[in-house]
Design a protein around this ligand. Structure first.
Ligand SMILES: N[C@@H](CCC(=O)N[C@@H](CS)C(=O)NCC(=O)O)C(=O)O
Length: 230
C-alpha cells in the first residue's frame, strides 16, 4: 500500500474532509500539521496555492484541493464511496460542488465584524439548510446522503455541519431543528467516528480559541481559555 501523508493546519475543515475519506477506507496515513503563519519551504514547494490539504503519496506525488484528493482516493482505494449509477454519481458530485457556498452561508458568521454583519450572515443559513433538506428528501430514506451507504458527499459536509454545531454552542442559532432530514443527517455524521481527527472536546476547545483570537463579533461570547491556538 502506498504511504500517505496529509499536510494540515489542525483545524482546517478541508483537510478534515480528506482525513475522513482515508479513515472511511481504513487507510493508514501520517498527519503532518504545519503552522499557518510559518509555512515551511518544503510545503510551499508542493502546494501551488500555498493551502492545505496536500496529500503526499510515497514521498513522490503531491495532490492538492480536497475534492480532487477525495476523488483520487475513491478511484484508487476500496471500498468505492461514489454510487455505481452514473446519474446518482453526477448528483453526488453536484451537491459536493455546493460545499464552498454551503460553508460560507452556514459558518460565515464566524467572520462577521459586528452585530449587523452577524445578523446578516445568520439570515443566509436557512437558504443553505432548505436546499440540503430538499436534496435529502429527494435522495430517500437517510440517515446518510445516499441512504445507508456512506459517500463522498457525507465526507464533504461533515466538517461544516460540525462547525455549525460549534458556532451554535457559542451563540445559539437554533435553526437546524427546523430541517428534520438535515438534522438527522448532521447528527449521524457527528456520531460517526470517521468525522473526528481529534478527541471531540479537545477539538471544539481548539476551534473556540481560534474564533476567540480572530477578534470578530463572536469572539466576545467565548470565555478566555488556557488552550493554545494552532
Ligand atoms: N478549495 C480548497 C480550500 C483549502 C483551504 O482554504 N485551506 C485553508 C486552510 S482551512 C488554507 O490553506 N488557507 C491558507 C491560505 O488561504 O493562505 C480545498 O478544498 O482544498
Amino acid at each position: 500500500m502506498p504511504k500517505y501523508m496529509l499536510v494540515s493546519f489542525k483545524t482546517c475543515p478541508w483537510v478534515q474532509r480528506a482525513a475522513i475519506v482515508l479513515r472511511e477506507k481504513n487507510t493508514p496515513f501520517e498527519f503532518r500539521h504545519i503552522d499557518r503563519d510559518n509555512r515551511p519551504d518544503w510545503f510551499l514547494a508542493i502546494s501551488p496555492h500555498k493551502k492545505v490539504p496536500v496529500l503526499r503519496i510515497d514521498d513522490k506525488v503531491s495532490l492538492f484541493e480536497s475534492n480532487a484528493i477525495n476523488e483520487y482516493l475513491d478511484e484508487t482505494i476500496a471500498p468505492r464511496l461514489h454510487p455505481d449509477d452514473p446519474v446518482e454519481r453526477a448528483i453526488n458530485r453536484a451537491w459536493t460542488d455546493y460545499v464552498p457556498t454551503f460553508s460560507e452561508q452556514v459558518t460565515g458568521q464566524a467572520y462577521a465584524d459586528d452585530e449587523a454583519a452577524y445578523k446578516a450572515s445568520i439570515e443566509k443559513i436557512p437558504v443553505a439548510f432548505e436546499r440540503l433538506e430538499r436534496a435529502l428528501e429527494k435522495q430517500g430514506a437517510g440517515p446518510l446522503f445516499n441512504g445507508a451507504k456512506y459517500s463522498l458527499v457525507d465526507a464533504a459536509y461533515a466538517p461544516f455541519l460540525q462547525r455549525y454545531f460549534y458556532l451554535d454552542r457559542i451563540k445559539p442559532i437554533g435553526l437546524i431543528g427546523k430541517y428534520p432530514r438535515l438534522k438527522i443527517w448532521a447528527d449521524t455524521l457527528m456520531q460517526r467516528p470517521s468525522t473526528h481527527s481529534f478527541p471531540q472536546p479537545e477539538f471544539e476547545a481548539l476551534y473556540r480559541v481560534n474564533v476567540k483570537l480572530r477578534k470578530k463579533y463572536l469572539s466576545q461570547f467565548i470565555a478566555d481559555q488556557a488552550v493554545a491556538a494552532e
